[in-house]
Design a protein around this ligand. Sequence first.
Ligand code: GLC
Ligand code: CA
Length: 558
Amino acid sequence: MNKTWWKECVVYQIYPRSFADSNGDGIGDLRGILGKLDYLKTLGVDVIWLSPVYKSPNDDNGYDISDYQDIMTEFGTLADWDELVAGMHARGLKLVMDLVVNHTSDDHPWFVESRKSKDNPYRDYYIWRPGKADGPPNNWQAFFTGSAWELDPATGEYYLHLFTRRQPDLNWENPKVRREVFDMMHWWLKRGVDGFRMDVINMLSKAPGLPDAAPLGGSRHVQGSEHFICGPRLTEFLGEMKRDVLSHYDILTVGETPMVSPDDAVALTHEETGALNMVFQFEHMDLDRNFAEQGSQPWKLQDLKAVMTRWQKGLEGRAWNSNYLSNHDQPRPVSRYGDDGPYRVVSAKMLATFNHLLQGTPYIYQGEEIGMTNVAFPSIDDYNDVATRNVYRVQTQELGLDPQVALAGIHKRSRDNARTPMQWSGAPGAGFTTGAPWIKLNPNYPTINVEQALADPDSVFYYYQTLIQLRKANPIFVYGTYDMILPEHDEIYAFTRTLDGERLLVVLNFTATSPEFAAPAELAYSSAELVIGNYPVEAGDVRRFTLRPYEARVYRLA
Ligand code: GLC
Ligand code: CA
């Protein structure tokens, strides 16, 4: 396995709108981020991934881009961006930008032209089709509800949008589109970008003829996905991107790839032949989702163990995992896989141990490092996210669901759980803003905040800091081989990491109870030195011990 900096680093994701507001307008911005670089340096991360900061009308908070080569007005200017990247590089931090090129905003000049007439030079930049007698060109559904097609009155044809109707899909079959995207990437890379996180990048290639989809079933949760997930020309398009752009720079690339298997991931990220360094898979994120009912279901530790082990072993020696428990689209992990009540701090540390001890590059999402939790706003009007609002509308207006039941589902699943402002302090505005925040704060900010965490040596923050330091000091954290032990255990997730005769044992209690760990006979060791744990541990039997609620222990075996 090759050794590279992007395997050894730790990535921190910033959702700029909710991170830090420098001018009191209630919206996070680039100068706000600049003011927090020393904080991130203290945490110890190496790479910062910014969710989109480009010009955008914000139908989907920046994932709808109207100018790829300029900055969103509320976030600042290109000059601010230059200052930010200089500030990062001066501190040895790298910058990864979000690359959203499956679709643009409908405000993008290409689309404004494209919709004007059937013979407009930009017509073929997007995917236009005449409707069928009874409606749209096919039965594909959009991710955020409804048909994936929108009828445009100007020409009487439909355009494809896998996300909102304000996010028309680009036509990657058109070589001019690919040229535009590659030129834009070169432009940012020359300006100082150190990598890209590529939004829904496995959806670029749609099946020829755009055929109707089979009815939903299995793990497919959007009707039509079999015709655009890892489509026929995907590896060709990304291969071209690699040849034209990526191979000319020493950068980090991570593709966001819903609905992929480990084999799909290897095809995209193989050490020698892949176009990208890593992908984000979603199987562990989908364990608590009930797709049939657009709702939640309890997740099972057995399923989590099976999924993660399949990914760890499936990529071993061939490709590299990107490990994450949260991002701007997901509920907060402590509320989801841990406990956001009495065991919030220990369970946040246990989950951090899990994410940093798997083989792969760990990603931290803003606020995770202080154990921020889900929020339960009392009214749908408190929610901003377009996906949340669409689902609520369909559930209450079309499916007749009781509004309180729909709201309870939103409390669990809404993407806004991750988008409430970063909690810097207990001051009004949580230290995020001196004005009125664009979305309400989580009311727990007076107790859960950075100021508190920095003052408490036992905080979640310092535990993350220690994990990151350990990773830097111990190659086994990065490169050690993963092997699960005790696969049948319902409460404990335990595994080993092995490198050059050295071995770590990771024992994680995913419950609020006190299960007993008993090392399997085939795991030979006589002594074990604690490397990190989330409770004080006294000397004692290291082959058999009782775990406390959400306890995590990492031992070096001998
Ligand atoms: C990705 C982004 C999400 C966005 C969607 C459409 O899933 O992470 O926030 O809404 O793509 O761009
Ligand atoms: Ca601002």
